[in-house]
Design a protein around this ligand. Structure first.
Ligand SMILES: [Zn+2]
Length: 253
């Protein structure tokens, strides 16, 4: 039914959330919700950071929700450090911590939710990256922020959550021009010509490239390549007119 689901561990029927096999096997508490997880239906600016859903998600993991940390996401490249006790960390699109048991939350609907973890260093980050965040290289900024917390980029375990794929992500000139201006010839590899002078953008390839440039080991990147727009029964896709959001949470064990 769904390409990529086999590369995720689905919980529930229909699945209410996913976990990444590699991160789970290494012992990182984390999950990404689907549309069957209760309650995430309004845009984040109207309801804040989905604290209730984040807390419910954490209960699934056996973690207390009262230390949940979140940011106000603005498609930028700022990285916030989670307060030691959790809570609002500011306006940013990446959130990092070195504190055990402080769950980090990111919400998405087509954009990439990227989880990065160095178990040895005890450093964890989550990233929200759409095309603007890719232009601004927020994934690279997150790797650098984690390095400042003691992580070694080559040791980071990275997972890319369900997000819009190159099969469905048609963009126009302002997007392609911004990518070209920011990333030069590399951007051409992320774009495939489409009808009417438009292009199909591969945000997965783009962010994987940014991560590799920042020193991440390609063998440590999990990407089930599960497209939100291809899976409307399971996921939320902004481009498909859904008003819900997927929530990704992770906490240092
Ligand atoms: Zn698709």
């Amino acid at each position: 039914m769904l390409d990529g689901v086999t590369d995720l561990v689905a919980h529930g029927d229909p699945p209410r959330y996913f976990r990444f096999p590699r991160l789970a096997g290494l012992g990182l508490p984390h999950l990404t919700t689907t549309r069957h997880f209760a309650g995430v239906t309004a845009p984040p600016e109207r309801t804040g950071p989905f604290r209730d859903v984040g807390r419910a998600a954490l209960r699934e993991l056996g973690l207390a929700g009262d230390r949940l940390a979140w940011v106000r996401q603005v498609h930028g490249a700022a990285v916030a450090r989670a307060p030691a006790g959790g809570g609002f960390a500011g306006v940013a699109d990446a959130l990092v911590t070195a504190e055990r048991g402080v769950p980090l939350a990111i919400v998405t609907a087509d954009c990439l939710a990227i989880t990065l973890w160095d178990a040895d260093a005890g450093a964890l980050g989550v990233v929200h990256a759409g095309w603007r965040g890719t232009v601004r290289a927020v994934a690279r900024a997150a790797v650098q922020a984690l390095a400042a917390l003691g992580a070694r980029p080559a040791r980071l375990e990275v997972a890319i959550g369900p997000s819009i794929g190159p099969c469905c992500y048609e963009v126009d000139a302002p997007v392609t021009e911004a990518l070209d201006a920011a990333h030069g010839t590399a951007a051409a590899r992320w774009l495939r010509p489409a009808a009417g002078g438009r292009a199909m953008l591969d945000l997965w390839a783009a962010n994987e490239t940014l991560l590799l440039e920042a020193g991440v080991d390609p063998a440590r990147i999990e990407n089930p390549r599960l497209c939100t727009a291809c899976c409307p029964d399971l996921l939320y896709s902004y481009r498909k007119g859904n008003h819900g959001r997927l929530v990704t949470v992770a906490a240092l064990p």
